[in-house]
Design a protein around this ligand. Structure first.
Ligand code: ADP
Length: 265
């Protein structure tokens, strides 16, 4: 399974937000989208999910233009974990995740034994089986985020898109969510596309990265080629220090204290 975004441009009325964006995301790995606030990351995810219609260009799943997919057909292939989702109140965790089976049900068809099995195995996979009977309103922010990921996974997608899944979570939870994304992409051999703000998480977890600046792709490729001082300064206007853990070789990115924040256009 390959997801291709080709020459995609999008405008909200008169405001151009995405400009000729082209990239490809492969199965079995994480493709990260980074860039400053307002650079078009969420808009790009919404175009990929067919929620917004591009003014130019298109999105292809295994060569098939997503515009020809019916909503339910696309939902069997692609699922989205939106930013700061508010889960429907009054449902248990199990009932909430069961909603993810909707694309697989026919009209008036009730959930089958298989749907219940998928929900149970998804809860186990995400590590929240113990929360199955809890009301979603009672959960912590991190637990709610795991439920939204489980809901998206219950759709059994080939492509999973997540919009800032680590937002407002503590550092332990951030790493837990990113570990989960990595394991899912590898075990289930699916395409995972994730919008991230944290450059260290992006460097450590993504197989490929795309930097968006003012709706254009400024750079793309493996993190080592994309998370470089020059591009970060150019995109965010901040001088950074890129360090490497001696033991693991993992990179980390810190603002260079004392450096001035540059005004960027
Ligand atoms: P990011 O996710 O990188 O922060 P967004 O895709 O949310 O960026 O937004 C990109 C630009 O599009 C911003 O300038 C934002 O104000 C604008 N925008 C987002 N949503 C809408 C909308 N519904 N109507 C008009 N402009 C919008």
């Amino acid at each position: 399974m390959v997801l291709k975004v080709e020459n995609l441009s999008f405008r909200y009325e008169n405001v151009g937000v995405l400009n000729d964006v082209t990239f490809q995301a492969k199965q079995g790995g994480i493709t990260g989208i980074i860039g400053p606030n307002g650079s078009g990351k969420t808009t790009l995810l919404r175009c990929i999910a067919n929620v917004l219609k591009p003014n130019q260009g298109a999105v292809f799943i295994d060569g098939k233009d997503t515009r020809i997919f019916k909503n339910k057909e696309l939902a069997k292939v692609l699922s989205v974990v939106p930013q700061l989702t508010s889960l429907t109140t009054g449902f248990t965790v199990f009932e909430t995740v069961l909603l993810g089976r909707y694309p697989h049900l026919g009209v008036f068809q009730r959930e089958s034994k298989k749907d219940y099995q998928v929900v149970n195995s998804t809860l186990e996979r995400v590590g929240i089986s113990h929360l199955a009977k809890r009301d979603v309103d009672e959960l912590s922010g991190g637990e709610k985020q795991l439920v939204t990921i489980a809901l998206a996974l219950a759709q059994e997608p080939q492509i999973l898109c997540l919009d800032e899944p680590t937002l407002h979570l503590d550092i332990n939870m951030q790493y837990m969510i990113m570990d989960l994304c990595k394991e899912i992409s590898r075990d289930k051999r699916i395409v995972v596309i994730v919008v991230l703000h944290d450059l260290t998480l992006a460097a450590q977890y993504c197989d490929d990265l795309i930097i968006l600046k003012n709706g254009k792709v400024l750079a793309m490729g493996p993190p080592d080629e994309v998370i470089v001082e020059e591009y970060i300064l150019n995109t965010y206007g901040v001088k950074v220090i890129i360090g490497q853990d001696e033991l693991t070789g993992l990179k980390y990115i810190l603002p260079s204290l004392g450096s001035k924040v540059k005004t960027i256009q």
